[in-house]
Write a protein that binds this ligand. Structure first.
Ligand SMILES: [Mg+2]
Length: 306
């Protein structure tokens, strides 16, 4: 009857040490947790230092596929954070790691709808690819009888967030998926919106994935949050039990669901896209174990002592 039982409402985090002592690994989402756009959220460096001094393993996971791990490493460095490339897992990397995990044939290629991060990770994984930013300026000239050729060696189409999305890419990806036998359709994420600027919400990776899903009538394999691929990968790579992980994020339908799908503890921070009223609203079905304002609350929230 477990499935019929409603999950208890999230509790405000009261004793941070209790949570910290109960797990060995923290997985942090980045935007809205570590930084907002290009500025660091208050107290983050001290919090990460404190967790490291207690011997906790820190991992940073983002659905943003526009950068590679190396490029993310630079962003952490620019913000003055001491984070190793090995600790960063972006959905661009997840796409390449997924293809490696299924022994994607060496003689097959990947058609990329997305930005540079995916290309860099495929290259590091030794996987052949085409498309990406190079196809951003291509146009279709609809002359009578025009026929678009496509590469029959494409064995997978990877779709991520793409600011240069166009009809050429839609048609090329569609031809590969529909006409190349066994061609895979892989999405880095299906996020509805993303935060390109802090002035408004912008159409996210889910809009590009939706276009290809619409034309192919196929559902993709999603490798980013909330799919558990990255969680399984992390737990295998580092040999961590999922019950020993706390997932910390600002978004309910990706971060918190990702943590729950993986069987981890979950902490929602209100420093990003989710407000307390959204968490407690009648429409919300996703309840984390705990919530708090920002991760630096770890430094101040202690159980009341006599
Ligand atoms: Mg976020």
């Amino acid at each position: 009857m477990e499935t019929l039982k409603a999950r208890a409402s999230a509790q405000p985090l009261q004793d941070a040490d209790d949570l910290i002592n109960s797990v060995e690994t923290f997985i942090f989402d980045c935007d809205g947790v570590i930084w907002k756009g290009d500025s660091l959220i208050d107290g983050v460096p001290e919090t990460l230092d404190m967790l490291r001094s207690k011997g906790k393993r820190l991992v940073f996971v983002t659905n943003n596929s526009t950068k590679s791990r190396k490029q993310y490493g630079k962003k952490f460095e620019t913000l003055g954070l001491n984070v190793n490339e090995e600790e960063i897992f972006a959905s661009s990397f997840a796409a390449a790691a997924y293809l490696k995990s299924i022994d994607f044939p060496k003689d097959k290629k990947v058609y990329v709808i997305g930005e540079d991060g995916i290309l860099k990770e495929l290259e590091l994984a030794g996987i052949q690819y085409l498309g990406g930013p190079e196809d951003g300026g291509k146009k279709i000239e609809l002359k009578p009888g025009f026929y678009m050729e496509h590469d029959e060696d494409v064995g997978a189409v990877v779709v991520g967030f793409d600011r240069y999305f166009n009809y050429y890419k839609v048609q090329y990806g569609t031809l590969c998926i529909r006409e190349n036998p066994g061609c895979l359709f892989i999405a880095t994420n299906r996020d509805a919106v993303t935060h390109l600027t802090d002035a408004q919400e912008w159409a996210g990776g889910g809009s590009m994935v939706g276009a290809i899903s619409g034309s192919t009538q196929r559902e993709p394999v999603v490798v980013g949050k909330p799919s558990t691929f990255m969680m399984d990968y992390l737990s295998n790579k580092f040999g961590i039990q999922k019950s020993q992980i706390c997932m910390v994020g600002d978004r309910l339908d990706t971060d918190i669901l990702f943590g729950q799908n993986g069987g981890c503890k979950t902490l929602l921070v209100l420093s990003g896209v989710t407000s307390l009223s959204m968490l407690q609203g009648p429409d919300n079905k996703i309840q984390p174990d705990f919530y708090t304002n920002k991760i630096s609350d770890f430094l101040s929230l202690k159980a009341a002592t006599v």
